[in-house]
Ligand binder design. Structure first.
Ligand SMILES: Cc1cc2nc3c(=O)[nH]c(=O)nc-3n(C[C@H](O)[C@H](O)[C@H](O)COP(=O)(O)OP(=O)(O)OC[C@H]3O[C@@H](n4cnc5c(N)ncnc54)[C@H](O)[C@@H]3O)c2cc1C
Length: 309
């Protein structure tokens, strides 16, 4: 294992915020993870992946855990078990090369396997929940292993039980995904091209991807808005009518606007970027102003997808 004290988290969050952590510990086996949890019992603990959905709003006065376990193996011809620290896209690239499909629409989503289950990542009509069979975890208190079936994870839109009632109680250690033999190269390439055209590239422009989640509104409210804005994109779903937050934000005139070093990404207004040495406060303030103007113009509350730490 590797333990560092008082370190900058700049390299550990894609927003590029230079917050500090009291302790940063990386483990390479489940035994090491258990040892760290024992050693730091009582401390504030945050397990991170690639830090691609985090906004460090201040220095972290506790222990940041990160997994250095990054292997995957076939359990049989239809299931792959991947360790939490493996980059999701690296796994998809390997599966595609080996002639397996199922996850290709999630190509190029930043982040690691562990967080894919926590966040229920999704893109182009596919969500992690569609391909996750089960999730292995370690209970932070008892240090025992617990396996969650897909339904026990209580997946929702960018959501799972690990973000609510189980938050901070379990560390996802590996995820079993369903795959099937099939050609996915073309789809993967198309998705990579589309994503690269509109989303900031990690390592070049700081961001956490979509800053806000798409809102769902009751049918009555959607109809009233449609009477006023006939071009408003909308999608009927069992949870209500989904309205793209990007459209709402664009209508409020935010595309390309800046506040301090933060900017609403001109190519995709759902994304807030660190355009010029933004402080966390710049990003928080810009996001708050964007949300307030959407609320004022449309009467719709948009909620951040990004985890404020
Ligand atoms: C340019 C860009 C594009 C993006 N596009 C998409 C997209 O298309 N679709 C999408 O869904 N997301 C997208 N995202 C968001 C991000 O990729 C996902 O949320 C991803 O799952 C985050 O993974 P991570 O490893 O970076 O997790 P982190 O950001 O480090 O952590 C996210 C959360 O998971 C928790 N966590 C991490 N690992 C574990 C673990 N092992 N056990 C328990 N909890 C854990 C953390 O505590 C935190 O609460 C994008 C982000 C960027 C920067």
């Amino acid at each position: 294992m590797k333990i560092e004290k008082d370190i900058s988290l700049l390299a550990y969050n894609t927003f590029g915020i230079d917050a500090k952590a009291k302790i940063f510990a990386e483990y390479y086996s489940l035994d090491e993870l258990r040892e760290l949890l024992r050693q730091y019992r009582g401390e504030k603990i945050l397990h991170i992946g690639q830090g691609s959905n985090l906004l460090f709003t201040r220095d972290f006065d506790g222990v940041i855990l990160h997994s250095g376990m990054a292997r995957a193996r076939f359990l049989d011809d239809e299931t792959v078990e991947a360790q939490n620290g493996l980059r999701l896209d690296d796994m998809i690239a390997q599966l595609t090369d080996m002639g397996y499909c199922g996850l290709e629409k999630l190509s190029l989503i930043p982040g690691e396997v562990g967080a894919s289950a926590v966040q229920n990542v999704g893109a182009y009509g596919v969500e992690a929940k569609d391909v996750i069979e089960r999730v292995y975890t370690i209970d932070v208190e008892t240090l025992e292993e617990r396996v969650f079936t897909n339904s026990e994870c209580r997946f929702g839109y960018r959501d799972s039980a690990f973000k609510h009632e189980l938050k901070g109680k379990y560390i996802v250690t590996s995820v079993v995904y369903k795959v099937k033999p099939g050609e996915a190269t073309k789809t993967r390439e198309e998705i990579i091209t589309t994503r690269m055209a509109k989303l900031p590239t990690v390592g070049e422009v700081g961001s956490a991807g979509s800053f806000f989640m798409n809102p769902f509104v009751p049918e009555q409210q959607a109809n009233a808005l449609l009477a006023q804005y006939p071009d408003m994109p909308h999608f009927a779903t069992p949870q209500g009518v989904k309205i793209p937050a990007a459209w709402l934000i664009e209508q409020c005139g935010w595309k390309g606007k800046t506040l301090g070093g933060a900017q609403v990404w001109p190519k995709q207004p759902l994304v807030i970027v660190n355009a010029n040495n933004a402080s966390a406060q710049d990003i928080i303030d810009l996001a708050a102003q964007v949300a307030a103007s959407v609320q004022e113009k449309f009467g719709i509350t948009i909620h951040p997808e990004v985890n404020y730490i």
